[in-house]
Design a protein around this ligand. Structure first.
Ligand code: ATP
Length: 307
């Protein structure tokens, strides 16, 4: 499999034949890929596909049945403390001590991680994610779902780690805070930080991610840049004619998706050039070419598992 890493730079994440079985359940079936430093990588898959199991192996919360995982060249299991020190992790659900204040939890998690925390940076994050300073002094029992998610993000980000592992980062956030988080993630990428995030929100993945990997029943079924993935869906050409035309035979890589007497919609999988001579003989009034949204392409990949 081609490496996505610039020459000479060690990958932020390197998985080699990584597998985990729970008895007869093969949750992760030997996956191999790299995440380059400085990229935002979207880890996709349906419920139960193996995302959390993979993430837990990266953090050495689970031991693999086979294979290896390394962060910046450091083995996640043999050298787990060293590897873990490079990571900020936001789990899907933050285990919370409900009697603690938000501030106390951030301090506790910072002490446990051993990482240096720049309090000015923490405050900047708190402001950007619109968690009021007064809320940090309230106990977690009084937190709303969104406030808990914000606190989860702040604790993952506060040490400005080399690698962020975020499980569904925008779930439960209102649209304005989602936008603020996007800006924070883009700023981190500009500074060379790496972000590995799982998400079910494909429009968000399209906006944020440079590359995606899709896991299905424990296997990687798609690994590509967002642009390449979008192109897998081909292009849709809408043709309007100035008078009714009869259907014609199309090459194998083109599909007539819909047709009326004066309009066609043709999906072109490969070369657009092959369509033009066919249309040249027809009374074309207007042409519109669109690329499918990433969502539409990926939905196809998700769907295969259901069939
Ligand atoms: P979701 O999107 O729902 O969080 P996921 O992709 O994170 O799903 P995993 O939690 O990694 O999925 O689960 C992968 C498979 O492993 C599922 O079939 C799940 O039932 C199984 N599994 C996970 N944890 C255990 C466990 N402790 N014991 C047995 N099976 C497990």
């Amino acid at each position: 499999m081609a490496s996505s890493n610039p020459a000479g730079s060690v990958p932020a994440i390197a998985l080699r034949d990584l597998a985990k079985s729970y008895g007869a359940v093969h949750a992760v079936r030997g996956i191999t890929f790299d995440v380059a430093q400085g990229e935002i990588f979207g880890f996709l898959g349906l419920n139960g596909a193996g995302k959390t199991t993979t993430i837990r192996m990266l953090l050495d919360l689970l031991r693999p049945s086979r294979g290896s995982a390394a962060l910046f060249g450091i083995d996640c299991h043999r050298d787990s403390r060293k590897a873990r020190a490079l990571v900020g992790y936001m789990p899907g659900e933050l285990g919370l001590y409900s009697d603690m204040t938000g501030q106390a939890l951030l301090d506790l998690l910072a002490r446990l991680s051993g990482a240096h925390i720049d309090l000015a940076y923490r405050l900047k994050l708190t402001d950007a994610l619109e968690l009021a300073h007064a809320d940090l002094r309230r106990t977690l029992r009084e937190y709303s779902t969104g406030m808990k998610r914000k606190l989860g993000l702040i604790q993952a980000l506060q040490s400005d780690p080399q690698l962020l592992i975020l499980d569904e980062p925008t779930e439960g956030l209102d649209p304005l805070v989602q936008q603020a988080l996007n800006e924070i993630l883009f700023e981190l990428r500009r500074r060379g930080r790496t972000i590995f995030m799982s998400s079910h929100v494909l429009s968000e993945v399209e906006r944020l991610c440079d590359r995606i990997g899709m896991i299905r029943s424990g296997e990687i079924v798609l690994l590509s840049t967002v642009d390449e993935a979008r192109r897998l869906g081909g292009r849709l050409v809408r043709v309007r004619f100035s008078r009714p035309v009869d259907p014609i035979a199309l090459p194998a890589d083109m599909t007539l998706v819909s047709r009326t007497a004066e309009t066609w919609q043709v999906r072109v999988e490969r070369e657009m050039g092959d369509l033009l001579p066919l249309l040249a003989a027809l009374p074309v009034r207007d042409l519109e070419i669109t690329e499918p949204a990433l969502e539409d392409v990926l939905r196809g990949f998700y769907r295969e598992v259901r069939s």
